[in-house]
Design a protein around this ligand. Structure first.
Ligand code: SAM
Length: 259
């Protein structure tokens, strides 16, 4: 079969790495596992033997057909995960060697549906993994860092060389493990929009971002509150993940007043 570059098709061929990824999921045999982008089934074959209920979402119909013939008794959805409806699936463990061009979007969709799953193990480009786990003040600190770390405990487990794939990608990959945590934020979109507005200027002073960002308007009362909470010279990249949550809770508490 021809590989489709547009679908990020780099297939894992290293058995040691396949096993290491699946082991991070710590699957019990009565659990349900969702695999995103199973391709020709490199990870699927191992997971299949370990769990009761396996759900696959694969966009490429050639691979979806192949998987249906290999695994006739599991749920296979020939769909774009970004449009896929979670249906009645809950309490999932989620895994995927994610297509690089949409990896962040897939992660945002999963976080938006955080009540559906309890552990996630994903292979992404190393650069993306570095952003997922970056701390405030570092060059990789971004919207992705704040959103992932607000909703989950995240750890970078290990790097994977391009030699472990066919065809070989140009970049190193990393495996990241996510564990959802309980938090007070019920509206993902609102938190995402606030984070995006603040990151309008990661090197700018926080106060200026609230006054000048093009995405959201903040009233004087909110801006005065921010001035009272933070050093007037603090810059966006210095804000900790907890600060974003605190700002969100103050801002979102009273829609009418702050929107
Ligand atoms: N799991 C296989 C492995 O580890 O060898 C394949 C991984 S490959 C990096 C990414 C897979 O995701 C491909 O099979 C590709 O067709 C599929 N894919 C790409 N975009 C997708 C999307 N939006 N929704 C679901 N699957 C997608």
């Amino acid at each position: 079969m021809q590989f489709k570059k547009s679908l990020g098709q780099h297939f894992l061929i290293d058995n040691n790495i396949k096993n290491k990824i699946v082991n991070l999921l710590q699957i019990e045999n009565d659990e349900s596992v969702l695999e995103i982008g199973p391709g020709d089934g490199a990870l699927t074959e191992i997971i299949y033997k370990k769990c009761k209920n396996l759900i696959l979402v694969e966009k490429d119909n050639r691979f979806a057909e192949l998987l249906k013939s290999k695994f006739p008794d599991i749920h296979i959805f020939n769909e774009d995960f970004l449009k896929w409806d979670f249906k009645n699936f809950y309490n999932l463990k989620v895994v995927g060697n994610l297509p690089y061009n949409v990896a962040s979007q897939i992660i945002f969709k999963l976080i938006k549906n955080i009540e559906r799953w309890k552990i996630g193990v994903f292979m992404v480009q190393k650069e993306v993994a570095d952003r997922i786990v970056a701390s405030h003040g570092s060059k990789d600190y971004s919207i992705l860092s704040v959103v992932c770390q607000t909703f989950c405990n995240v750890i970078k487990a290990f790097d994977v060389s391009p030699n472990c794939f066919k065809p070989k990608p140009k970049v190193v990959s990393s495996v990241v493990k996510f564990q959802p945590k309980s938090i007070e934020i019920s509206d993902f979109n609102k938190f995402f929009n606030l984070t995006k507005a603040i990151f309008y200027g990661r090197r700018k002073k926080l106060i200026n971002v609230f006054k000048k960002n093009p995405f959201l308007k903040f009233n004087d009362e909110f801006i005065n509150h921010v001035i009272s909470m933070y050093d007037e010279n603090i810059r966006v990249e210095q804000l900790k993940v907890e600060d974003f949550v605190e700002l969100y809770l103050y801002w979102a508490y009273d829609d009418v007043k702050h929107y």
